[in-house]
Design a protein. Structure first.
Length: 154
């Protein structure tokens, strides 16, 4: 049986470094409040910034890196042009030219669709569909450390 890994990551409060593991809320009686934490399998707890908690999508990029909610991914797109009027691109054996371009997207959970999506402004695509069709996806950063990588285009 193939088990799904439910892993989270977040930035530690004490040093700002990323930590991966299981998300828990611990109630501290002496403080009178719950504190969000990430725990590793070895039982080591780290208090984390709740605004940075992100879940593993269950998918990895082309380099084997885990894709988390909030990651910024670079996606290779292919456009096939039957007419290639300017004859700039070489035609493949089907008589179509192939144009390649790259675009960055933020990974988000779409509650209404119950699925992971890639979003750049109003452009959104299902993450799973792109992984199935073998588009090249590469994690290049995240919205907390590298917001400048996400060029929002209308």
């Amino acid at each position: 049986m193939n088990k799904r890994q439910i892993i989270f990551r977040a930035k530690r409060i004490d040093n700002g470094k990323w930590v991966e593991g299981y998300y828990v809320k611990r109630f501290f009686v002496c403080l009178g409040r719950e504190i969000p934490m990430i725990t590793k399998l070895d039982g080591d707890y780290s208090e984390v910034d709740p605004n940075t908690i992100s879940q593993f999508t269950g998918l990895k990029d082309r380099n084997g890196k885990m894709i988390f909610e909030g990651d910024i991914v670079k996606v290779k797109h292919f456009i096939h042009d039957m007419y290639d009027k300017e004859n700039i691109n070489p035609r493949n054996s089907y008589g179509m030219s192939e144009n390649i371009y790259y675009r960055n997207y933020q990974i988000e959970w779409k509650l209404k669709k119950c699925r992971w999506i890639m979003r750049n402004g109003s452009d959104q695509k299902d993450l799973v569909d792109y992984r199935i069709t073998n588009h090249e996806i590469e994690v290049i950063g995240n919205i907390w450390d590298n917001p400048e990588l996400l060029e929002v285009k209308p």
